[in-house]
Design a protein around this ligand. Structure first.
Ligand code: AHR
Length: 478
């Protein structure tokens, strides 16, 4: 048996609820062919969004939802998505048989979704293909009080007299790549120009502006942006890195060695957080530009999802993806002094999704259950922990006197047996264990078998040894 030490005196700060954030883009089958069916659909819906998705999503208390991209953001004109007459545009990021954007989901519809699930909206603004004034106008349209400006009156005419609360704004997306192929120096200039206008529409304090961060370990970008911003009064409120841990083998039929490789690739994010943050510390920016992990998750070869490859970047999610999600969220919890937000990519059908849905059905992925099991970390205080078993990824938090331990057994070969060691504190005799586990690490949920992988609750005695089976995720609370 290995000891898991709970270091209660080692307080690491509050876990920002926004670490449990999500991402939705107009790409593949996320909206069209996915969660958007339209208000007149026979499929039960809440203002056009599938009711099964809305209800299951609301149940895990999503704190924040990023939109409309991703890469799509850098070709998006927000005016296309308001009012009764919506143009159809080219959208490279849709599917093989329909690279068109109907704009049925626009600002009002997305706000409806956020309200229905209780999430704060996070808009990614286009800084590549529209002038900065255009972004200022979008903010004016969303944030200005009823009747105050021409754009606020236009919003009212479109059915929403009261302003939308949009507290988070991204200044571009992946501007080192699809977002304009910029150098970091050029991007820092773009950021300052846009931020000047954006702060005009919404003074500091009312909204947070996030600067485009690195692709994982591209620290030259981090240094260039920090060097360009550290003297500016128009600083960002966050540095938004992206990291996809890719794939190893087939999404459904991976070998044990490929499992190991996927886990190792996912674990790299911890070093990236530390090193990106170190650059901000180097420029004295750590308080003004903490880490936002705008996009994260596994990226497998397409074709295993419900549309069988028709929808772009669609993939199934097995227990392996659930363990990756669990270990990544544990890392964010442990680094809550550096990370203020993180958004898993993406909500429905695409990449590391929580839901699979389409004309043929609906299912929650194993990753959905991880977010459910980790819910109570949101807003809790992160405390230290050390586990003698190196295969176990752990984070611990305390909220209102209740301890939550989340542990992912990243070994696909061996179960872990642990004994809790609370370092001088008494352990109660009663607690709860929620276990997400399956005899087959390749197990996943489908429309035909939506509950093949689901968590099981049981009462446990925290003073006794606990087993975390191979390739499983456990949440222990007392
Ligand atoms: O999430 C899919 C894509 O991955 C996003 O559009 C982009 O930001 C990233 O490269």
């Amino acid at each position: 048996m290995d000891k898991l030490y709970l270091l209660y005196p080692e307080r690491r700060g509050r876990i920002a609820p926004e670490i449990y954030g999500h991402f939705t883009e107009h790409i593949g089958g996320v909206f069209y062919g996915g969660m958007w069916v339209g208000p007149d659909s026979d499929v039960p819906n809440v203002k056009g969004f599938r009711r099964d998705v809305v209800e299951a999503f609301r149940a895990i208390r999503p704190p924040v939802l990023r939109w409309p991209g991703g890469c799509f953001a850098e070709t998006y004109d927000w005016r296309d998505g308001i009012g009764p007459d919506r143009p159809t545009r080219i959208n490279w990021w849709r599917n093989e048989d329909g690279r068109y954007e109907p704009n049925a989901v626009g600002t009002h519809e997305f706000i409806d979704l956020c309200r229905a699930v209780g999430a704060k909206p996070y808009f990614a603004a286009n800084v590549t293909s529209v002038p900065p004034l255009h972004i200022r106008d979008w903010m004016d349209y969303c944030l200005s009080p009823r009747g105050s400006t021409t754009l606020a009156r236009e919003r009212e005419a479109n059915g929403s007299p009261e302003p939308f609360d949009v507290p988070f704004w991204g200044v571009g997306n992946e501007n080192w790549g699809g977002g304009g192929n910029m150098t970091p120096e050029h991007y820092a200039d773009v950021f300052r120009t846009c931020a000047l206008l954006m702060r005009n529409a919404a003074p500091k304090g009312r909204v947070k502006l996030f600067a485009c961060g690195t692709s994982g370990d591209e620290y030259e970008w981090a240094r260039g942006v920090a060097a360009g911003l550290f003297r500016s009064e128009r600083q960002a409120d966050g540095f938004a890195m992206h990291y996809y841990c890719g794939s190893a083998g087939d999404p459904l039929a991976f070998t044990d060695d490929e499992w190991d490789r996927q886990i190792a690739q996912a674990a790299r994010i911890e070093d990236m957080i530390r090193r990106n943050y170190a650059v901000m510390v180097g420029y004295g920016l750590e308080e003004r530009m903490p880490m936002v992990v705008d996009e994260w998750g596994c990226w497998h070869p397409a074709g295993s999802g419900p549309s069988k490859g028709k929808n772009l970047f669609e993939q199934q999610s097995t227990m392996r993806d659930a363990v990756v999600a669990a270990l990544t969220l544990n890392i964010f919890n442990r680094h809550c002094d550096k990370v203020i937000m993180a958004n898993v990519a993406q909500l429905t059908n695409l990449l590391h999704s929580l839901f699979l849905c389409g004309p043929d059905g609906f299912a929650c992925t194993p990753t959905y259950h991880v977010f459910d099991m980790y819910q109570r970390h949101q807003g809790a205080e992160s405390v230290g922990s050390v586990c003698e078993n190196g295969d176990l990824s752990v984070s611990v938090s305390v909220h209102g006197g209740r301890t939550l331990i989340t542990a992912a057994n990243t070994s696909v070969r061996a179960d872990a047996e642990i004994g809790l060691c609370p370092c001088g504190r008494p352990l109660p005799e009663t607690g709860e264990l929620v276990l997400l586990s399956h005899a087959d690490p390749h197990a996943h949920n489908t429309f035909a078998e939506p509950d093949k992988v689901r968590p099981v609750r049981s009462a446990v005695n925290p003073r006794r040894p606990l087993t975390v089976p191979r390739a499983s995720v456990a949440a222990i609370s007392f």
